[in-house]
Design a protein around this ligand. Structure first.
Ligand SMILES: [Zn+2]
Length: 332
């Protein structure tokens, strides 16, 4: 059975979750699209969106034959280099306390993906707390959170991650869901910036595998570091679909084959229309009949030459590297 390493929590704090939905994000087209796709009503936004969201993910996983766990991701606030929180920049804030709560509510299907800004003065204490609560990983979205992975302020955090053997899942390349609060921050998503934590011995997972524009750097780093994995989340949307084809083609005869992990980026949808020329009409028709979005994503990847067994093998190597047994992650 597979773990989905990249699934988003969301909400607006209606159910004492502590989630903050920023006004800036509420005005973005992606927010409207999300509401429409997920069929979220006005009433639900007031009454129970936070809970409805996690129930929805849990149900999909519960009803899946192949995917047994989703790592659901928190999203920390934004801090400057002096450790001051920049509340005005918040588009979405999902506290680690909610991530823990989610895992407690759905221990069979949902796991805790923490998020900690390394410039926070209490970042190491927060990491300790998340470790005690058995966080599966720590997630960053550098361009939106204002984290430069090469900034020395991150180094003590890397040391702690390595010591506790917690992987870092960091977004790579372009970002469209959230606005860029500061133009320069766009550079922070460059995959080559992950060289520093890799060098320091942290297990790193590059979200979106360096698509759409950083595939050659990705390959270089994978060749260099055994502690480097790539998640295959959010690949079948207009910005990444064509480069996803390249990624899977490359993975047929390179070391990339040993590093790709299963991940969806739910609620970001997988749109097979974008690669119908590659899939063929019959495959496309089969995909249209799959109602579980997690299974649909897996099936597309299978058509592109990467099946469940391939993902499982890489998942096992990651878990071995992290010293985690299958019973510990509740996959048996
Ligand atoms: Zn994502």
């Amino acid at each position: 059975m597979l773990i989905d390493f990249h699934v988003h929590l969301a909400g607006n704090g209606c159910c004492q979750s502590g989630i903050i939905l920023g006004k800036k994000f509420e005005r973005r087209p992606t927010f409207f699209l999300l509401k429409k796709m997920q069929k979220i009503t006005k009433e639900q936004l007031v009454t129970d969106i936070d809970l409805l969201w996690i129930r929805r993910i849990s149900n999909f996983i519960e009803n899946s034959q192949y995917i047994s766990k989703a790592v659901t991701l928190c999203l920390d606030s934004i801090y400057n280099e002096n450790g001051k929180e920049l509340e005005d920049y918040i588009q979405m804030y999902i506290p680690n306390s909610w991530g823990c709560e989610v895992k407690k509510k759905f221990p069979k299907t949902l796991d805790f993906g923490a998020s900690i800004h390394p410039y926070r003065k209490d970042s190491l204490q927060e990491l300790e707390y998340c470790y005690k609560e058995k966080a599966f990983l720590v997630k960053w979205l550098p361009s939106m959170m204002g984290i430069d992975p090469e900034n020395p302020l991150c180094f003590p955090f890397y040391e702690a991650l390595r010591a506790l053997n917690i992987p870092l899942l960091s977004h790579t390349d372009t970002e469209h869901t959230f606005a860029l609060p500061v133009k320069k921050w766009g550079e922070y998503n460059h995959i080559s910036k992950l060289k520093k934590p890799l060098e320091m011995g942290v297990t790193v997972i590059a979200a979106h595998a360096g698509t759409p524009t950083q595939l050659s750097e990705t390959e270089e780093l994978v060749n260099q570091y055994e502690n480097f994995f790539l998640d295959t989340s959010g690949l079948f949307n207009p910005t990444r679909a064509r480069s996803a084809l390249k990624l899977f083609a490359k993975s047929k005869n390179t070391v990339l084959r040993e590093r790709l992990l299963f991940a969806t980026d739910w609620p970001v949808p997988a749109i097979p229309h974008l690669i119908i020329d590659k899939l063929g009409f019959n495959a496309f028709k089969t995909l249209q009949q799959i109602t579980n979005p997690f299974e649909k994503d897996l099936k597309i990847k299978e058509y592109l030459g990467f099946n469940l067994a391939d993902f499982k093998k890489n998942q096992d190597s990651l878990l071995t590297l992290l010293g985690r047994s299958l019973t510990e992650v509740n996959l048996t």
